[in-house]
Design a protein around this ligand. Structure first.
Ligand code: AMP
Length: 403
């Protein structure tokens, strides 16, 4: 049984095809420059064990991009499918399910209409997510569409963790509350971590640290999220590549006044010009920050220090919120690849009994591993994330009995 996973961005469409009999990846690829005037769209299509395959052609919209993806999957020479009927379902990565979608769900016309009403909760991502689903409904008639939501895993958060201290009516009438994001990644790595340790999730207090361009933590007690660092939008929480993370809200009108920006511009400013990039003036990429630190750049060092300090503070807070900690998991681009970040975070947590094996940690990148020393009170794990496989698994679970 095969599952196609789609991640539709504003001008891109990423895909992966899984064979769920052995959870193997059969093909993957990316279409870029969708809907950009004056330039062709570009597809790169990859099949394990073969050279990548490129196509450049006009790409007016997501439907055209999906048509090219499906043609490539069924291509006589490089294809991996003989017919679309082999696809049992399409799993879509969807940014926001608000409090209506607490878990992955089949998206029929009614669910699609509901999603359209959430557009303002993700103005950058939701329109593209919806276009991806609509294109599939048109080109893959009869094949179930499954929505997997970045927010869903965090829906177990109690009110005390998700309410902002603003008038309650704003939560009731406008849905202004904390939602959290990266839920599919947090769920995947928490499940893998429990499997790696051979313990039931129900018995574990865990903090998962998804550290990439966007970063967030989840406090997971007995398999359920009790708190997470992102909020109403993915701007809250950690220092990120270009996002400021937690900030005094009074800074916003101050900046508006000093920089002469509209509220829309200030939103863009806080999402694109702040974080590691803003403090360092060097880059949003942690590799560049590390290089600049080695070269003696003080602002890069300041950016790194603020980044690490906030990670440590959040772990301390979640330790208190859960009444202890059994497992600390690192994942995503920085968490999987940057041993110094892992080391410095863990060294800042020694008071909690966290002890990392520095030698083992230094030698590891993007591989599942236990990094704690035998005497550490907290198991430290490196778990590469695999959101696509989680999406495929959810879609498979929802359709396996109806196909
Ligand atoms: P992601 O959003 O998960 O793709 O993560 C992207 C981020 O991972 C980049 O901005 C880099 O800062 C970081 N990254 C990737 N590889 C490395 C590496 N080898 N060392 C440090 N950071 C890395």
């Amino acid at each position: 049984m095969k599952i196609l996973v789609l991640n539709s961005g504003s001008s891109s469409l990423k895909y992966k095809l899984f064979d769920m009999t052995d959870r193997s990846e059969k093909a993957s690829g990316l279409v870029e420059r969708i809907g950009m005037s004056g330039v062709n769209g570009r597809l790169v299509h990859k099949v394990p064990g073969q050279d990548p395959y490129y196509v450049e052609q006009p790409m007016p919209d997501h439907k055209a991009a999906l048509r090219l993806v499906l043609d490539s999957l069924m291509d006589g020479d490089r294809g991996v499918l003989s017919s679309l009927d082999e696809i049992a379902a399409v799993g879509h990565r969807i940014l926001h399910g608000k409090d209506a979608f607490k878990q992955s769900s089949i998206i029929d016309n009614e669910a699609l209409e509901k999603l359209k009403s959430f557009m303002e909760f993700g103005p950058l991502h939701m329109p593209a997510n919806i276009m991806g689903i609509e294109s599939c409904m048109q080109l893959m008639e009869g094949i179930p569409q499954v929505g997997v939501f970045d927010t869903a895993f965090h829906q177990t958060m109690p009110k005390k963790a998700f309410l902002y201290a603003i008038p309650y009516e704003l939560y009731e009438e406008h849905g202004i509350r904390r939602y959290g994001f990266h839920g599919t990644s947090h769920r995947y790595v928490s499940m893998r971590a429990a499997e790696m340790l051979g313990k039931p999730l129900a018995d574990l207090k865990m903090i998962t640290m998804h550290l990439g361009n966007g970063s967030s933590a989840a406090a997971i007690k007995g398999g359920k999220v009790v708190d997470t660092s992102m909020g109403f939008t993915p701007l809250e929480g950690f220092v990120m590549g270009t996002r400021c993370g937690d900030i005094d809200p009074a800074v916003v009108p101050c900046l508006q006044q000093k920089l002469g920006l509209t509220s829309q511009e200030i939103d863009t400013f806080m999402n694109r010009k702040c974080g590691l990039l803003g403090i360092s003036g060097v880059s949003s990429d942690m590799r560049d920050i590390q290089r600049a630190i080695e070269e003696g750049n003080q602002r890069a060092k300041d950016a790194y220090d603020v980044f690490i300090y906030r990670l440590i503070k959040y772990v301390g807070a979640y330790f208190a919120a859960m009444g202890g900690l059994d497992v600390l998991v690192f994942t995503a681009g920085i968490g999987e690849n940057d041993h110094l970040v892992r080391q410095h975070v863990c060294e800042g947590l020694e008071a909690l009994g966290v002890k990392i094996d520095i030698v083992k940690n230094a030698g590891l990148r993007a591989k599942e591993a236990v990094l704690s020393t035998p005497e550490s009170k907290v198991q430290i794990l490196l778990v590469p994330t695999n959101e696509e496989l989680m999406i495929a698994t959810d879609a498979y679970e929802l359709v396996k009995d109806i196909s």
